[in-house]
Design a protein around this ligand. Sequence first.
Ligand code: GLP
Length: 244
Amino acid sequence: MVLDVNRQAPREPKYYQVKRHLLQLIDTLPPGSLVPTERVLTVELGTSRTTVRQALSELVGEGRLVRRQGSGTYVAEPKIAWLLHMTSFTEQAAAAGYSASTQLLDAVRERASDDIAARLAIKPGAAVYCIERLRLADGTPMAVETSYLSAARFPGLIGHVRKTSSLYQVLADVYDTKPVNADETIETAAASPREAELLNTDTGSPMLVLGRHSFDAEGEPIEWVHSWYRGDRYVFVAKLAAGH
Ligand code: GLP
């Protein structure tokens, strides 16, 4: 038997009532529809502007509404569903019907911190490549990825990723290496000014951060990477099967 200890609904904050009202309105409107202004909603709902603003901001953060500077607030397009697979960004994009491209933001050789060294099974202070890339789908910025790979294992990697947009392609073609499994984590974070600018969003807006620790068939670690996606635009889908 499951005891329902929370039977009594907690008192609902005023802004949340406004939010529920707006959610009902959003459900009746097609994407791209203009929603009433803060001022109109304040009068219509007989509440304060701060309360309306809080409700609108949450809906923007959740990807239900979009704000366009100087124009207004609109019902957002549906989010993009992105399957979690042991594949590259390039292949994932193609499977979803997009063409992937890459902008190399930074690529340096540096000394591994204790954490990165442990991830890559190398000695702390050993050389690693840190590669930061902006990933685009049909020309729209989707994610910022920062990857760490062992420099001893992948000599000359930076030169190759300058020429080829897919890292997994380089790993296969140049180093005869293929990631076959990975631990993938997903957590939330607030966009830094840099990510916000690269991904056309506001500083502090919610992001989904994927961490991938990938391994080859022998169980040797290949890459430790963090990928920052806009939390208001993506839904990550994992297919689960019993018995795994
Ligand atoms: C995904 C993974 C990253 C990996 C990348 C490689 O985005 N989350 O860990 O680095 O794919 O993709 P590509 O071969 O397109 O560069």
